[in-house]
Design a protein around this ligand. Sequence first.
Ligand code: SAM
Length: 315
Amino acid sequence: MIDLHGRNINKLRISLTEVCNMACTYCVTSLSDHRRIPDELSADHMLRLVRMLKEHAGIEKVRLTGGEPLLYPNLIQVISGIREMGIGNIGMTTNGQLLAKKTKALVEAGLQHVNLSLDSLEPEKFKRLGRVGKLHKTLEGIEECMKFGLRVKVNMVVVKGENEDEIVKMLEYGVRQGVEIRYLELMAMGPLYKKDDFKLVTMHEILERISTRYTVQPVSAEVDSTSLRYGVTGGYFGIIPNNSAPFCSTCSRLRLTSNGQLIGCLSNPAPLSIRHLLEHSDPQEPLQKLVQKSISYKQDAAFTGSPLVMSRIGG
Ligand code: SAM
């Protein structure tokens, strides 16, 4: 579906559940913030909503996220259901804690690419930033994905005074493993919204650090990609410059929450429920109206912050 600024909104990001098995300090204030909401959609209902969005709103690509998508009880059913409805581009964003043992089943169900969140390669720091979780589990998850031929990217949220000293080390790891590292600028969301002490490390600072070790060449990325992409000897990396160079003007995403609400923009969430359309005999027209309204909330210039917690929306 084309929005008022001419953007083709064809990517759907689904937060399957708000539950998570980590509690990253920049995402929530404690693990108990990640509660399972009582009206989480069943897999059948989620799939019916995805089908409607494919048929009546032009959704062509789906990313499963959360909370932690690997904690969603019927994840395999959801992935195979999405594949069966003819959506050929299915990805997942995960912290990887439960990934290693499930990779084979996920690939067989139709998963094609995975973004793994990995903020540190030092066990202590990994624990400090994530509060829960073990570094070796995420690393094993990455290795399994590579073994099964999934396309893998690693997301590192860079936090001033916490992990910016690992920017180069993370790229060296990526080059060694053959995975693309993407550095995420911190976003003023949830607990960080309107916080004075916002520990941002800018794109410029990230590039400066990498340039001390590598010669960096800008390379092209997909038109609607959120990241700026660069080449170095032996590999590539990306930066998602949420603050320094927002990607709003090419944003092609629509978000669906675990209880069936559409969110058109991270800055201006204004959730709109489409759940009631499950009862509708002819949902096309009301759905298209709701999608149009939701994407009309999209900013045309910059992310301006949000009190919403990222795990509600899924990133
Ligand atoms: N549990 C999964 C994971 O950790 O990848 C998926 C959900 S998580 C909310 C999705 C992504 O959002 C992660 O890469 C996480 O690092 C990122 N994220 C959460 N809060 C953020 C913030 N305030 N700024 C930037 N990225 C954030």
